[in-house]
Design a protein around this ligand. Sequence first.
Ligand SMILES: [Zn+2]
Length: 523
Amino acid sequence: MFRVYDQKQTFLLPPSLDDFLEESHPARMINDLVDRLDIQALEDRYGLMGQPAFHPRMMLKVTLYGFTVGIFSSRKLQRACQENLAFKYLAGMATPAFKTFIEFRRRHREDMKAVFVQTVKLARELGMAKLGAVALDGCKIAADTSKHKAMSYGRMLEEEKKLKAEIEGLLKQAETVDESEDAEHGPGDDGYRLSDELDRREKRLAKIEEAKKALEEREQRDNPGKPIDAKKQISFADHDARCHSKKSDGTEYVYNAQAAVDMDSQVIVENHIEESVADANAAKPALENMKQDLGVVPDKLVADAGYGNKNTLEACQGHEVTPICATMREGKDGGTSTKLDEFGYDRAQDKFTCPHGQVFEFDHELANDGKRVYRSSTVMGCGCSDYANRDGRGVVAALPGHFAKRELRRIMEESGHREVYRRRKCTVEPVFGQIQVGMGFRRFFYRGRENAGGEWNLVCAAFNIKKVARLATNAGGWVAIRARSEGTASCRGFFIRWGTQLVLLRDQVAALAAQIAPMPQPA
Ligand SMILES: [Zn+2]
């Protein structure tokens, strides 16, 4: 005996989209969550004229859900909408072409920040992301280019010269050929031409000159007023991507994707693309973004030694945030006296004391870099000074950064701070792990810093939505959370349940209507 198998059988009642997806499916959770996001910024980008567009909320649901299940490419999203039930459900049976997804991401790359911020606000409404301690870290994610499409500044100068000479030679040749051909065929005949050869070189020259200009502008920002190192490289495919040397295998082109993670809930509360591959300046924009977008800053900012510098200390002090930040040993990152770390420092009297008890008193400060010079009062015997004066008294010098690091170290030793710092490792690093391994986001799909920023916002938003969805599922669903968060009796919950059903019903009707007519236009 077999069960009935008849693919031609029709449904007695028209099926609803809701029937195809089980109640607890993650796509439903994402659907409900995205329904709660304010996407006015996205809707505002559409005009009243022209072809009706797919609804941005639908496009956002499909894209975000794609990101949570590791589908990032527009072609794969198109395919999923045709074949995958969860996507069909989210798309309301619509099947946007891959170009529509590309266009959606291009058009809304700046809006993705608003979407991300909405996910943080949603998490906060649910009691997550309380911003007690926030761990900030950076992750190098490959750009959509390879090191083979790159060139060093020195090579570019050579190539530019060579191509210019070749082009000049070809032009001269063309002139003489033209003259002789004019004589042969008459002036109207184009006969043999060197234009292809010329064309190829001119195009290549234009490409090199464009990349060269971008590199020069970048270096001007990074190292203002300094001559450009001939070894500095730039990618032809993506001028904004940064060359990053890896410990194991050579170099690659990357973006330095920053994320600030709430240490209690693992919700990402801030993200941005840092312009440089170093993390040294990332604390300031991170705190500024939180202040601006969420209206609050965390109590504590926790970061590794890559952030342990004056910029981070000042950014934290400016926002009244406690920095819990490791520091690199002096000398390793271009500090001043390598031995100074082992010295004691008396802030009140502005004195250093070496491990052997030699005291160094403040002597003078240099105007150009704020370097402070200290001298010992007696002749040195222990060899702790940078150099000795003619009278045998020792001299040590400290840059302003040294005092910032001392302050960071002092804060680190305060009660409980080491413990918070230790927790950092099991907070922010797993987040990057889940993004790169779990979600499978290992490289950017679009070029340029702005596009990469939009993508990183989407990744972080999808990550947050997953976190919130997990919380919601564990807590017995969205309705249960809402009932609880509103602190209501079960009777109220009952009505909320009906309210939710009504919303779903309305969405279904709209979705089914969309199968017949195009998606309604946002006003
Ligand atoms: Zn000494």
